[in-house]
Design a binder for this molecule. Sequence first.
Ligand code: IMP
Length: 192
Amino acid sequence: MQQIVFASQNENKVREIRAQLGDNLQILSLNDIGHTQELAEDQNTLEGNALQKAQFVIQKLGYNCFADDTGLEVNALNGAPGVYSARYAGDTKDANANMDKLLAEMEGVLDRSAQFRTAIALIIDGKEYLFEGVCEGEILKEKRGEKGFGYDPIFKPRGYDLSFAEMDLAEKARIGHRGKAVHQLILFLNQL
Ligand code: IMP
């Protein structure tokens, strides 16, 4: 079976991606290969961060790998928090604090449209490839649901009544940003 490292310590993401894959590709997380330090992601685009993480894994750890970076882009805030989504409310990367800050910024704002965007960088046999997935929706006025992670309780994808945090993993993966980007990645890997 083909093995590839997913350059992430976020076990929620690893679970989401494994749920999407068949049996022909085995995903190893950074924890699985014994790398427990956080990877640097200090570029100013999602693509730059994804490439930075994937390049680290191939150069320092020697594995074919892919890495992702995701941002929540709110139209009324000119695309913020975007690439700074994780640290929106400070370096502790606290999901509740991030959501509270965003809800406060959006108080009284009529245009609540937003999108999650995921960039995936793949480095395989020395070549770099980029994939993207977008999920459009809106920022709710309050948190709803217990599932998922990050900004999921305040994001409702367009055309659905549930927030991401009220959806099953499989449904979120099917319609979500990372799921769409991973789908592109899988199509590519399958035709190698
Ligand atoms: P990163 O891709 O792990 O760097 O994520 C950046 C920020 O976006 C973090 O605050 C994550 O919690 C948040 N985030 C990433 N993916 C998702 C998602 O699928 N749902 C909700 N929040 C997410």
